[in-house]
Design a protein around this ligand. Structure first.
Ligand code: SF4
Ligand code: SF4
Length: 190
């Protein structure tokens, strides 16, 4: 199925745009009044020209996760997360999927249909960073070592991550053979 923004402008609210000093999780002042288009489309900043969310460009993301339908935007760029062992000072870098969430959707991952997607990312060796309105409100989803997900708050302090979780991350990084495609969300319904 062909994908198009088609009236969605959620990234114009959630994603910061440096050139125009637009903060995260705040509607851009150039968003049209009906919130369905950009009023300066022909002359929009280059970062807006270059941007496409992962739903738009990656058809492994289920079609029904269109950002304006679910209240979050999956960033196309993976973030490096450094986990450091405070005893040995050894570090590992783990890639993390970044999800920009609208207010009220911070716990999206607790819903079965989204848990499936996050668990699939973790099976590929990725963590998941939840980007909220407050930059310091660090939230990182990690495997709990028992096939589930654990939420780490204050993620700046990665030394707090338990050895068990780190071991799990190391293991899935070494052994990941997960299929590329995210299972359809319908399969996750109870
Ligand atoms: S969030 Fe994705 S689908 Fe929505 S407007 Fe932005 S690029 Fe298009
Ligand atoms: S300038 Fe246009 S495309 Fe860029 S964030 Fe604002 S409304 Fe969206």
């Amino acid at each position: 199925m062909t994908r198009a923004c088609d009236g969605c402008t959620l990234c114009c609210k959630l994603i910061p745009v440096e050139e125009i000093d637009k903060p995260r999780t705040t509607w851009c002042s150039h968003t049209a009044q009906d919130k369905h288009s950009c009023s300066i489309y022909a002359s929009r900043p280059i970062s807006c020209v270059m941007w496409s969310c992962r739903w738009l460009t990656d058809d492994t993301i289920p079609y029904d996760l269109k950002p304006d339908k679910v209240g979050f935007v999956i960033d196309p760029v993976l973030e490096d997360v450094q986990l450091t062992n405070p005893d040995t000072n050894e570090s590992i870098i783990v890639k993390a999927v970044q999800v920009w969430v609208d207010a009220g959707h911070e716990d999206f991952w607790r819903l079965p249909k989204y848990r499936t997607m996050v668990l699939h990312w973790m099976a590929q060796g990725h963590l998941c960073i939840i980007r909220t309105k407050t930059p310091t409100d660090g939230r990182c989803l990690m495997p709990d070592g028992q096939g589930g997900i654990t939420l780490q708050r204050h993620t700046i302090d990665y030394d707090m991550v338990s050895a068990k979780i780190k071991a799990t991350i190391e293991r899935i990084r070494r052994t990941s053979t997960a299929p590329k495609h995210v299972p359809p969300t319908e399969e996750a319904h109870d």
